[in-house]
Design a binder for this molecule. Sequence first.
Ligand SMILES: Cc1cc2nc3c(=O)[nH]c(=O)nc-3n(C[C@H](O)[C@H](O)[C@H](O)COP(=O)(O)OP(=O)(O)OC[C@H]3O[C@@H](n4cnc5c(N)ncnc54)[C@H](O)[C@@H]3O)c2cc1C
Length: 297
Amino acid sequence: MHNPTPGLPAFDYIKPASLREASQFLMAHGDTARPFMGGTDTFVRMRDGFWREKHLVDVKHLDGMNTIAFDPEIGLTMGAAVNMNRVIASPEVNAHYPLLAQAAGTVASYQLRSRATIVGNICNGSPAGDTTGACIVLQGLLHIHSVDGTRTESLDNFFLGPGKTVLQPGDIVTAISFPLPPQPWTGCYIKLGRNALGDLAIVGVTALGYPDATATSGYRFRLALASVAPIPLRPVAAETILAENSIDENIIAAAAQAAMDAVTPISDTRGSARYRKMMVRNLTRQAVIDVWQKIGD
Ligand SMILES: Cc1cc2nc3c(=O)[nH]c(=O)nc-3n(C[C@H](O)[C@H](O)[C@H](O)COP(=O)(O)OP(=O)(O)OC[C@H]3O[C@@H](n4cnc5c(N)ncnc54)[C@H](O)[C@@H]3O)c2cc1C
């Protein structure tokens, strides 16, 4: 019989002394172990019986995991354990990457954001992650520690399907970094949820734009769509329309239509596939107009 109030199953809490020890433990325990940050996805999935990990590996205390550093040449580097409230309050983020703070501010409640991290939002591999689009259009780079050493992964090829990413056993994301986008850039995230108090997105549209003399229109846009495909989606055809045509309301409408044509949403309790498609068109139009007007200003 279905138990409506399942408890959290027993597990071992592992607190390794180094990243090396953590990666080795994760590698040795394969599917039965998992790293976690805030645990806001992990504990819910375990409580509901979807994940049956025997060991949770806490790496939040290790070097660099909690730092936010900005360098005008390199950009922003954020430790994987930095929670969303810190992102929202960070002077560096607000001065140079306000889109990140805006997207983080749409996630659930203040209480949840005190635990939830941007890296956890990404590594969870959900197409509905609210901060994933901002990280994609800001060209976020994941810094990964594994038993074989360190590497970086771009978000362009990171997502493989719902809950699936390129991460392998032993991989620990230690930080995410962002280059500075071409100036003067601006961006916005529009989230459609069932209520204003915090819910997963029915549709999420992220837009970033900046002047670029090499584009026919004189501008380039980067767009990312949430909750409308098995993975977070970059509607490249829509971006191309905005780069290759002199921008006006008709061209923005054509780009919004191209974004709608690119998505393959499902119907679920939050909304039907048809509704999601139409909202992609409406919200992409709204997001591009918003960015376009701000660049004009
Ligand atoms: C009540 C509630 C409301 C929510 N509302 C929203 C919402 O509005 N918008 C939204 O986008 N999400 C929402 N979520 C989902 C969740 O809070 C976010 O996805 C959050 O960002 C996850 O971050 P975390 O640090 O808690 O991740 P965790 O639960 O710690 O980890 C999530 C996944 O990522 C992996 N992982 C984490 N860190 C690492 C690492 N350093 N290296 C490798 N793998 C790693 C874990 O193994 C796990 O698979 C909600 C969740 C709850 C419970």
